[in-house]
Design a protein around this ligand. Structure first.
Ligand code: FAD
Length: 464
């Protein structure tokens, strides 16, 4: 077998690379983390807003109770307490009413049924249609579910138009950042099964109370360096040198190189292929993975002169805005973030126009906003925010193993069974790290167990 004495080079300091670096360091392997940008966090990171001087996130990121590996990662690096938990969703109904959605005392999967029945913007037939749709979707474990677009499935099962627009669209566009015609039935099922049906805490929303940079920036750097790992920022990798079937060296854009024992390549799917050695680069599975389609997410950052609602968050059932998050008061005013997923139309709109539209929706929903003055605003669009879970996507996601035994892939886009999320990224990093350890003769299980499926859910819908 090959040389396993050299360090593990992790390329990419997003959550996938960080999860791999942290877990391998925890197993006492020498790790070097190379990140091309001057900061860690990748797509989940913060920037400094020039006008206010405040550190703001590129976009509000939230996780759910079912994201067990992400939680494990945060606890490992010591930021597990930097979240608030919301077990009540505040839906802004089309008529402006606020519908509070929370669990009952019933066991899963019945815990949310009373809340579904109370949604003011669905009538009796809608609610019955929704209950039928949820039951049928939970039972969709056939491989064909991966090949059918979800909008087609909804039509096939006669889901009422109101339920499609005011329920399925609202939940899935936020969870997967895609329109219902660009989501497979399997991807839709995963969201509902894991978050809403399998376990009563699967859907608890976990919201960071600090900027993302405070979660994944200097805290993780210090954690790694204190344990002997090296973190090199502004260190873009140009190519991986292979000889005799192994990656031997990692070449940087500045002309230097690092000797490698193993490599975890944790860069986005749009970036990984040019870095691969000849002979591996043009493999059909990697050409297919590079071509995975993506969806944009836009965040609109607003500072008002006062609080506009006492709700910590709101989910808009209709309209341009999807979620509103209260980020608290700072020197620039009272700060809110509005997230617009799958923002293909909105990213093209002039900034002022989009801001006006979002502010109009906030004023319509919250009377206190009508007299509030908007002091400052900012729009950020991430154009390749997430890969689109189109029908057929799962088979195009490569495994973490590559044909070169000391090269692993990681990233939310690699095969994890999860959509593009922080949980998916951390899972990929843990699997890549398990593979590195296995190659070095250590059989270690790093992946964390899912939340257990409630007995009644298993009885009614079968296993995951
Ligand atoms: C706007 C937005 C909102 C989102 N909201 C949520 C949410 O609410 N909840 C959720 O769970 N997920 C959310 N996501 C998705 C989540 O951010 C991603 O799934 C996750 O962060 C991906 O992590 P990653 O490590 O796989 O990739 P990335 O974060 O893209 O990390 C890859 C890293 O590789 C580096 N890199 C690239 N090329 C090189 C090179 N040549 N050399 C060295 N380094 C290189 C990049 O700079 C980057 O730091 C959101 C994403 C966006 C963009």
């Amino acid at each position: 077998m090959s040389d396993t004495s050299g360090p593990v080079i992790v390329v990419g300091g997003g959550l996938a690379g960080l999860a791999a670096a942290v877990s391998l360091t925890n197993q006492n392997l020498p790790v070097v983390l190379l990140e091309s940008r001057p900061r860690l966090g990748g797509r989940a990171s913060s920037i400094v807003d020039r006008e206010t001087g405040r550190t703001i996130d590129n976009c509000q990121h939230v996780s759910l109770g079912c994201c067990t590996n992400y939680r494990h990662f945060c606890e490992t690096v010591g930021v597990g307490d930097s979240f608030r938990y919301e077990s009540r969703l505040n839906f802004v109904a089309p008529d402006g009413r606020i519908d509070r959605f929370e669990s009952s005392v019933l066991p899963a999967p019945l815990h949310l049924f009373p809340a579904f029945r109370r949604l003011s913007y669905l009538d009796g037939p809608d609610r019955r249609g929704l209950a039928d749709g949820l039951r049928r979707l939970a039972g969709e474990r056939n491989p064909a579910a991966e090949r059918e677009p979800f909008d087609q499935w909804l039509r096939r099962h006669g889901q009422p138009e109101n339920v499609v627009r005011r329920f399925w669209h609202v939940v899935l566009v936020s969870a997967l950042s895609e329109s219902l015609d660009r989501v497979s039935v399997a991807a839709a099922r995963k969201v509902f099964y894991d978050a809403f049906l399998a376990h009563r805490h699967g859907w608890t929303v976990e919201i960071p109370t600090v900027p993302l940079d405070d979660l994944y920036g200097s805290v993780v750097t210090t954690w790694l360096e204190d344990r002997g790992a090296r973190v090199e920022l502004a260190s873009g990798v140009e190519w991986l040198e292979e000889a005799d079937g192994l990656v031997r060296r990692v070449h940087l854009r500045d002309g230097t190189h690092v000797e490698a024992g193993d490599v975890v390549l944790a860069v986005p799917h749009t970036r990984f292929r040019p870095l691969l050695p000849n002979g591996v680069r043009d493999r059909p599975e990697y050409v297919a993975a590079e071509a995975l389609e993506t969806a944009p997410i836009t965040s609109v950052h607003l500072w008002f002169d006062r609080p506009v609602t006492d709700l910590p968050h709101a989910v808009f059932v209709e309209g341009t805005s999807h979620w509103l998050f209260d980020r608290g008061r700072d020197e620039a005013g009272h700060y809110y973030q509005v997230v617009i997923s799958a923002s293909r139309t909105e990213r093209a709109a002039p900034r002022e126009e989009l801001t006006e539209q979002v502010v109009a929706e906030i004023r319509a929903a919250f009377p206190d906003a009508r007299d509030a003055e908007l002091l400052h605003s900012r729009r950020i669009t991430e154009h390749d925010a997430v890969f689109s879970p189109l029908p057929g996507t799962e088979s195009r996601r490569p495994t973490q193993w590559t044909p070169l035994p000391n090269l692993q892939l990681a990233g939310d886009w690699t095969r994890t069974g999860w959509p593009a999320t922080m949980e998916g990224a951390v899972r990929s990093g843990y699997v890549a790290a398990e593979n590195v350890l296995a190659r070095r003769g250590q059989s270690v299980s790093l992946l964390q167990p899912d939340l257990p499926v409630a007995w009644l859910s298993r009885l009614l819908f079968g296993p995951r």
